[in-house]
Design a protein around this ligand. Structure first.
Ligand code: TRP
Length: 451
């Protein structure tokens, strides 16, 4: 059968690490802190946590199950599980979402490469700290430099993906994830002990619910999708490389918990410092890149910690970008019979052009706007808040109502081989069938003022 000719992860631990590697990335360290800062701190976190556990975790399980059962790419999975039906439209939405995400993701990945280079030359800790405020805006609006670093980031991503699933993705991520955790914890400790950090902690932990409105709900939900890598085929694709013995619930729980913990620790690393250095929490996408160099410049051994931090930020970004690229590459190799190498090269060309446009939209193209958003923000907005949500919604409907409870039970228990409490299985089925789809639809309709 086809299964034997496909690359796969070695064991459950390998799967967990690769999935956590996909989930933990710029979404946690860059996107979560700045959205948190723009949308009201603690209240945003609470909405985010509810979205993660009640809406996104079930979607995660549903995606995983589809991939593992079908053992095919996103598009092909629906063709295998529901032949001759229109469900493969999910695959189309997924590919659109992935293309939008990787385009701007590789630009931010490029920013991380640049900051890593600055850290290595001790740029943040040399001389006075005044230049740190303008460093970021000066760099991103430059027409050439960010594109050069974006290119480097895409090359790194492509090289790992060419190496394949087990040799490339699995072994790379296994080593990097624990290192990343340690460093962020270290920075969080420094950040909460800075003078004036308590204001930041209040901001993180004392909710003000008046700050929540329908667009905050949508943004928190979109962020939960983004951070867990759901709603665009990544988990289906990775799920398809998972052998039949692995436990879906264990891998899913491990990934969801580590990703969420990571986001919260990142919040503790950034927010207290934001307040301590008088930076505005609503600063936007530059927040992390502006705040952290300040922390490093004021920390004993800050220069060394900066190197460690930006090295791991870059690696976290890479373990996620490879999962995005893998969706496109799996699609090209399995649907269109193109070799892995050719598929990567073709994708590289596409993402290089789209990424360059996103990058320029921070500077020379900043006045070019569609629906009030520049290209970078537009790609971000439509992927996280439209295509991924549509995809996630359709996947739970597919799994809950088309595949039905029996299939879900079979997959969660590996045809009865795994002991999982029947109560837990029923709860998961209930969440997949009713809660997740209803919640997604309600939040989207609320945003468009239907109620
Ligand atoms: N989750 C990753 C992060 O937090 C980004 C990512 C990787 C992603 N694969 C994805 C986002 C698939 C959405 C869909 O950085």
């Amino acid at each position: 059968m086809k299964e034997s000719s496909r690359d796969s992860f070695k064991n459950s631990f390998g799967v967990l690490v690769a999935m956590a590697g996909s989930a933990v990335g710029l979404g946690n360290l860059w996107r979560f802190p700045y959205l948190l800062g723009e949308h009201g701190g603690a209240a945003f976190i609470i909405v985010y946590l509810i979205a993660v556990f009640f809406i996104c975790a079930p979607i995660f399980i549903a995606e995983f199950l589809v991939g593992r059962r079908a053992q095919s790419d996103t598009f092909g999975s629906f063709k295998i599980l529901a032949p001759g039906s229109g469900w493969s439209i999910i695959g189309v939405f997924a590919i659109i979402a992935v293309v939008c995400i990787l385009s701007f993701y590789s630009v931010v990945g490029g920013w991380s490469v640049q900051y890593f280079c600055k850290a290595v030359t001790f740029d943040f800790t040399r001389g006075s700290s005044e230049h740190l405020d303008t460093l970021f805006s000066g760099f991103v609006s430059d027409p050439y430099k960010p594109i050069i670093f974006h290119t480097i980031f895409l090359i790194l991503t492509s090289v790992i993906v060419i190496a394949g699933v087990r040799k490339g993705i699995e072994s790379f991520t296994k080593v990097m994830m624990p290192v990343l955790f340690l460093i962020v914890i270290l920075i969080a400790i420094r950040s909460v002990t800075l003078p004036g950090a308590s204001e930041g902690l209040n901001y993180l932990f004392k909710p003000d619910f008046s700050k929540i409105d329908s667009s905050t709900l949508l943004i928190a939900l979109g962020q939960a999708f983004f951070s867990l890598s759901i709603g665009c085929g990544t988990i289906i694709t990775y799920g398809s490389y998972v052998k039949k013995e692995a436990s879906i619930t264990k891998c899913a729980t491990g990934t969801v918990i580590s990703d969420t913990l990571f986001a919260l620790i990142a919040g503790c690393a950034i927010m207290p410092a934001v307040f301590s250095f008088g930076i505005s929490p609503g600063e936007g996408p530059g927040l992390v890149f502006i705040t952290l160099p300040h922390i490093f410049s004021q920390m004993p051994l800050g220069g060394v910690v900066a190197i460690l931090f930006f090295a791991t930020l870059l690696l976290a970004a890479l373990t996620s970008s490879i999962s995005l690229l893998e969706v496109v590459v799996a699609h090209l190799t399995e649907r269109h019979n193109i070799s892995r190498k050719k598929a990567v090269i073709l994708s590289f060309g596409l993402f290089w052009v789209l990424g360059a446009l996103c990058s320029l939209s921070q500077g020379v193209l900043s006045d070019f706007k569609i629906a009030g958003l520049n290209i970078f923000d537009l790609f971000d907005y439509i992927s996280a808040n439209i295509f991924m949500l549509a995809c996630g919604f359709l996947i739970v409907i597919f799994v809950g109502w088309k595949l039905k409870g029996k299939v879900i039970k079979e997959e969660l228990t590996n045809n009865g081989a795994l002991k999982i409490s029947p109560m837990l299985v029923s709860i998961i089925i209930f969440l997949i069938k009713y809660i997740a789809p209803l919640a997604v639809i309600t939040i989207v309709l609320a945003k468009f003022n239907v109620f």
